[in-house]
Write a protein that binds this ligand. Structure first.
Ligand code: NIG
Ligand code: FE
Length: 419
């Protein structure tokens, strides 16, 4: 579909952020253009930005394209949520009450709650029911302008159940107007069947499950943390992933400092995520590497722990992404706006850093930085419209259940009338 999105009041292109590879972001790197237009071309899923700029500078060859009126609204690149655990059944509100009564997340997990609790519910649900539940969650993201979603497994923890979850994600990938990528996180917890046999489990996952499920996995992840998996386990899993040419991501240093960041550096993982407990050493390692630091502020909020050291990471030049970590235990929220509001208020991130963290740098965390998260020529035409003139408005207003009034992504146009 080829068209010109015309009469854009404020267009956020992120041109500077692309040139700077998502680091040391300043307000001008948002590449804001007022009184702008966006030229879109290409068939369906392959819709690309052909040109973006000032309305009165549009190249002649695009002047005869069909025009769609943006009505003076702001236009943003679609959000990229690069870290979600969207495939789970049941809820853990009882554990929420236990925490309110003074128990910690780790104490609850040690008593058979936590991840294993969600595993039971996820195993019990049929594939069709699980798909229905997850599709609804994908739609919840789309309404908010999230057009690229990473989805992890990790609540199956048996070959059959992990396969079921990967197949649900595969089916979700067919949803129109959204890009979905899958991450294999069988190393999320040790299932009952392997109790006290962690080494056996990680070998089984690495040498048997992963090769068989290879085609369904875009990425491999591990929960490297106290009481879960360690660096040695990660070495076994990530070597298997390397052999199969699957890029890695890692849950690093969330509950305790246990070497996750170091492992991400060693294996050149795409991202190291969480980072609540990192110190100077890890901050410097990340800042000087290509590993994207993915921060998940709603998790720190929900666990009532100190937030990740975003300001220091950013000031040292690290590439910082933001994501929801949507999961039933530590971040039961799909609210992408709240992630930005907490990043600004609790982690002292500036609005331009928040915007890049939720778009281009999320794309970096998925190896999609050449096509997602910016509105300049050659990038995928994934964008949303929103009322107003100031980008900060997106995070200044919070808890309001915002649905974007217009969305175009993957060649699908929603709520965008041709006026
Ligand atoms: O990202 N850290 C590991 N996984 C989730 C929590 C999973 C759960 O409690 O269900 C997280 O925080
Ligand atoms: Fe997570």
């Amino acid at each position: 579909m080829s068209f010109v999105l015309d009469k854009i009041g404020t267009l956020v292109t992120l041109r500077g952020a692309v040139l700077k590879k998502g680091r040391n972001i300043k307000p001008e790197d948002l590449g804001i253009i007022h009184d702008a237009c966006l030229v879109v071309g290409g068939a369906r899923k392959k819709s690309k930005i052909l040109w973006s700029g000032k309305r009165d500078e549009i190249p002649g060859k695009y002047k005869k394209f069909k025009k769609i009126n943006a009505g003076g609204k702001m236009v943003f690149p679609g959000f990229v949520d690069s870290h979600t655990h969207l495939v789970f059944a049941g809820d853990r509100s009882k554990e929420f009450e236990m925490r309110l009564a003074g128990k910690t997340y780790q104490e609850i997990a040690a008593q058979g709650g936590g991840i294993i609790n969600s595993v039971k519910a996820t195993r019990d649900l049929s594939s069709a029911e699980l798909y229905k539940l997850c599709l609804h969650r994908v739609q919840n993201y789309l309404k908010q302008g999230v057009t690229t979603i990473e989805i992890k497994t990790g609540y199956g923890l048996s070959f059959e159940s992990e396969k079921k979850c990967l197949e649900v994600i595969k089916k979700l990938k067919n949803t129109k107007g959204v890009t979905i990528v899958s991450t294999f996180l069988a190393a999320h917890a040790i299932p009952e069947e392997f109790k006290n046999r962690k080494e056996d489990y990680i070998r089984e996952v690495s040498t048997n499950w992963l090769p068989k499920l290879r085609k369904l996995c875009d990425f491999v992840d591990i929960f490297l943390d106290q009481g879960y998996f360690d660096q040695e386990d990660a070495n076994i899993l990530f070597k298997a992933a390397e052999k199969l040419k699957i890029p890695t991501k890692i849950h690093a240093d969330e509950l305790a400092l246990t070497g996750g960041t170091q492992t991400a550096i060693n294996f050149k993982s795409l991202s190291a995520d969480h980072l609540l407990k990192i110190t100077e050493k890890e901050i410097n390692l990340l800042s000087q590497s290509e590993v994207t630091a993915t921060l998940l502020p709603t998790t720190a909020f929900f666990l009532k722990t100190a937030y990740a050291p975003a300001r220091v990471l950013l000031d040292r030049g690290a590439r910082v992404a933001l994501a929801t970590d949507f999961n039933p235990g530590t971040s039961p929220s799909q609210d992408i706006g709240l992630v930005g509001t907490l990043a600004a208020l609790e982690m002292n991130m500036r609005i331009e850093e928040v915007i890049v963290g939720l778009t281009l740098n999320g794309a970096y965390a998925l190896g999609l930085e050449k096509t997602k998260g910016a509105l300049i020529e050659g990038y995928d035409a994934d964008f949303f419209l929103i009322e107003g003139e100031n980008p900060a408005k997106l995070f200044y207003e919070f808890g309001c259940g915002r649905e974007v009034p217009g969305l175009f992504s993957g060649g699908v146009m929603s709520r965008l009338a041709n006026k």
